[in-house]
Design a protein around this ligand. Structure first.
Ligand code: ADP
Ligand code: ZN
Ligand code: ZN
Length: 800
């Protein structure tokens, strides 16, 4: 007899360990760890999805065990490595195993549940009867039942008046198409067997003869070539065509890529490549920090090290921030490695993602390029893991499980004995400090390719620009824009705020239109003609009068990308301007289209939010303008300067990447801020030293580790009370050297009708910390029914 240990899809602490199920005889041979199964769970034996993590043979009878109901997969979807990783992740991020397991798979592999109730007799309760008529199956989640009604339903079920059935739907499906294979070898014989008046059949035969291929897609024969379906069917019947179902890949192999050969490396590149290749060959999990200025050819280093891994029969995983995963970046990898590449990004539809994932799982893909979640790609012979733009905040998952991609990458590298390469022009302070200590090997690319200079950067003090033509474009920036337009060069402008105006103010009563659910003002969007909340998505009409005093004296303040484009269009009417932000790139393919037009110089100016700062490599861009360098500096987060320095350096790096020299203009109200000064001088080293001193003084990472605890509740008082209670408990338990900050209300204290309080733990070494946090995790579980939530975020990336 065989028993399967199963982690079930019921995210609670009680179910955070495996449950034992008997395997029915007919399923026994098949069962293996990593497979998804359907199992009965709980009192009512409702059916849920689960993952087998172990199969054991037992001789003793185990009558108390429930039985596995069925499989969702033919083969294991998770490898032994990933099962182990999930376990580690659950422990280190204080999350449930099932959340970790599901995070590793494409969304469609999370099963869909249905609970269907059917009344076996006419129900006496009038209201309930109208919702559950006799003999009509009703999906319970689709109907509104009061809690009392729900209890009644359970009772009726026990009495036999109702039947409840559970369904678990596997949503993951390959797309199959009908293909016909030509079986005819002797066309003359077949022709002689057709009747003279069977014109449709003769047409089909002629078509098969003319097209000398063996396989035809049925749909193409009928719809495109206009052949008759019944003729096809009769050919199948007579054995002249063989019908078969074949999988069609949904993730499109867009175009044929022109193959691109490896470039001759510069001596700095060569040094880096040699060191990394040696680690691949020696199979050591050594971390490298590749610090290279923008345009120094880091990508070429990645490509040539990947090449080495492939030569050794190994595979490669290359991670990039979501917004840097542009069609440009994808093309560069595909040009080098062709169809061996699988790409995973959020722009893919669910089915497409599933298909790409299966190409990885079944070994067809050797190189995977993707954003954060691709770190779980089921590659089994990893030879190298690369994190491009390693400092990027998007590598940290903000929801459960709150993992840091970098840590997962290191875990996998240790498992596979392969190197990790962290690449950046502006490494995170944490990574750079580790390189300083020798824990990572530092590799440097200090100059741009072809000795091209880094762009000249000018800082414009906006406090002295009172006479500026508009509040947004200073005289020097406008002049430079006009110059570049005249010489047919291109321009990238950064404004880190979307929408039109960031708030509405009544001049008479001072009323500011706020989101009803959050403590934040609404932003005006002209394209949708609405006021939007950027936190909860709330939307309402643009008011014509003040909602408070009905005055007409309402004004709009603050500038977003929409307004900037409008202003710019009046200042330089001859320019062709494209806007690139969340709103203009939401539609599938729209980002690619904006970039294609810019690349072919059909637009002159690309104005956008921070998504324009990364990865773009357009040779004709010679001017980069930053409209408001200060937005990030104002944030109450100890990383505010680091983020600002990074953003400015990255966006400046878009200018002058080819022969023509680049120019950068930064507009700011804080011209003397060190983040802006050092960004102007492209001086990462000095920024690093300066910032390290400040972190040392204030006791922040990399000198301390941090954990963020956030409590949220529908009432501010509840959230505060619990936060203070946690603070007291931790104070009593943790080491004397550990520092607790707060609790304080979060900077935006209310989001989506819930109040947030947060508590920061700073520590160097605290042997009691893990147990204390586990205890809080348990507590969180116990109180979750009351509507109060606690989130534990180890090494948080945002303190907002
Ligand atoms: P980074 O990723 O460091 O910003 P890229 O890899 O985008 O830099 O390189 C900048 C440009 O230089 C790209 O157009 C790339 O094709 C080119 N390049 C990189 N390495 C070489 C080389 N060894 N010889 C010639 N051109 C190169
Ligand atoms: Zn008013
Ligand atoms: Zn809101």
């Amino acid at each position: 007899m065989k028993v399967a240990e199963v982690i079930v899809d019921v995210p609670t602490l009680q179910t955070n360990t495996p449950y034992s199920y008997l395997l029915p005889a007919d399923l026994c041979d098949h069962a293996a760890p990593g497979m998804r199964v359907v199992v009965p769970f709980g009192k009512g034996d409702r059916l849920v999805e689960g993952f087998i993590i172990k199969v054991e043979v037992t001789s003793t009878a185990q009558p108390a065990l429930k039985m596995v109901s069925g499989y969702l997969d033919e083969e294991p979807v998770l490898t032994p490595e990933l099962l182990k990783l999930a376990n580690w992740m659950a422990k280190t991020t204080f999350s449930f195993q099932i959340s970790c397991l599901l995070t590793m798979l494409p969304n469609v592999m999370k099963a869909k549940y249905q609970t269907i109730a059917t009344a076996n007799q006419v129900l006496t309760d009038e209201k309930l009867r109208s919702k559950l008529p006799l003999q009509v199956p009703v999906e319970l989640t689709k109907v509104d039942f009061s809690p009392a009604e729900r209890r009644k339903i359970q009772k009726l079920r026990q009495q036999g008046a109702l039947t409840i059935k559970y369904h678990v739907h596997n949503q993951a499906r390959a797309k199959l198409i009908t293909v016909l294979e030509n079986q005819i070898t002797d066309f003359t014989t077949v022709a002689s067997q057709l009747r003279a008046n069977a014109t449709e059949q003769q047409k089909l035969l002629a078509y098969l003869k003319q097209h000398q291929q063996t396989r035809f897609v049925q749909q193409n024969l009928v719809q495109t070539a206009g052949l008759s379906r019944s003729a096809v069917q009769s050919f199948v019947k007579r054995g002249w065509l063989k019908k078969m179902m074949v999988e069609q890949r949904r993730a499109p192999e867009l175009q044929q890529y022109v193959r691109d050969a490896a470039k001759k490396l510069t001596s700095d590149q060569q040094r880096a490549v040699t060191a990394i290749q040696a680690a691949i060959t020696a199979e050591v999990s050594r971390p490298f920090l590749l610090e290279g200025v923008t345009g120094s050819g880091k990508t070429e280093v990645y490509l040539q090290t990947i090449q080495r891994a492939l030569e050794l029969g190994k595979q490669a995983l290359m991670l990039v921030p979501e917004i840097a995963l542009t069609p440009q970046m994808v093309r560069r990898v595909k040009q080098r490695f062709g169809t061996q590449v699988a790409i995973i990004h959020s722009g893919l539809a669910n089915g497409e993602k599933y298909d790409e994932w299966r190409r990885i799982r079944n070994g067809a893909a050797q190189v995977v390029v993707g954003a954060r979640s691709a770190v779980f790609a089921p590659l089994q012979r990893l030879g190298i893991i690369i994190l491009d733009e390693e400092h990027d905040a998007s590598y940290k998952q903000e929801d459960n499980p709150r993992y840091q991609t970098r840590s997962v990458a290191f875990w996998r590298a240790r498992y596979h004995h392969c190197p990790v390469v962290l690449g950046s022009a502006t490494p995170s302070l944490e990574s750079r400090a580790r390189a300083e200590k020798g824990r990572y090997q530092l590799l440097r690319l200090p100059t741009r390719i072809n000795q091209q200079k880094l762009p000249q950067t000018q800082v414009v003090d906006m406090t002295k620009q009172a006479a500026a033509p508009t509040e947004l474009f200073s005289e020097p920036l406008l002049t430079a824009i006009k110059e570049k337009l005249a010489s047919h060069e291109q321009i990238v402008l950064l404004l880190n705020r979307r929408g039109f105006s960031s708030f509405m103010l009544c001049r008479d009563c001072g009323y500011v239109l706020q989101c009803p659910n959050c403590d934040i003002s609404l932003t005006m969007h002209l394209d949708t003609k609405t006021m939007k909340c950027h936190y909860c998505g709330y939307e309402t009409q643009i008011p014509k009068t003040c909602p408070n005093c009905h005055s007409h004296q309402i004004r709009y303040f603050g500038t977003g990308t929409e307004k900037a484009v409008q202003q710019l269009a009046t200042l330089v009417p001859q320019a062709r301007i494209a806007r690139m932000d969340v709103d203009t790139t939401k539609k599938k393919g729209s980002l690619a289209e904006i970039l294609r037009k810019f690349g072919q110089q059909q637009t002159d100016i690309l104005l956008g939010t921070q998504m324009i700062a990364k990865g773009l490599d357009f040779p004709n861009v010679t001017l980069v303008g930053v409209l408001n360098a200060d937005t990030g500096l104002e944030l109450p987060d100890f990383r505010a300067s680091e983020r600002t320095f990074e953003l400015l350096t990255q966006v400046a790096g878009r200018a002058g990447r080819a022969e023509k020299p680049g120019q950068v203009i930064i507009q700011t109200y804080n011209p003397d801020h060190y983040a802006i000064r050092y960004a102007q001088q492209h001086d990462y080293e000095s920024f690093f030293r300066h910032e390290m001193r400040l972190r040392h003084l204030s006791g922040y990472p990399p000198y301390y580790f941090t954990v963020k605890l956030t409590v949220n509740a529908p009432q501010a008082r509840e959230a505060a009370q619990l936060a203070f209670q946690l603070q007291e408990e931790l104070q009593a338990q943790l080491a004397k050297t550990t520092i607790l900050l707060g609790p304080t209300p979060r900077p935006i204290a209310r989001i989506n009708k819930r109040y947030y309080y947060q508590l920061i733990i700073k520590y160097k070494q605290d042997p009691k910390l893990h147990a204390s946090l586990e205890h809080i995790q348990q507590h969180a579980q116990q109180i979750s029914r009351t509507g109060v939530q606690i989130a534990i975020d180890p090494d948080p990336i945002s303190f907002m």
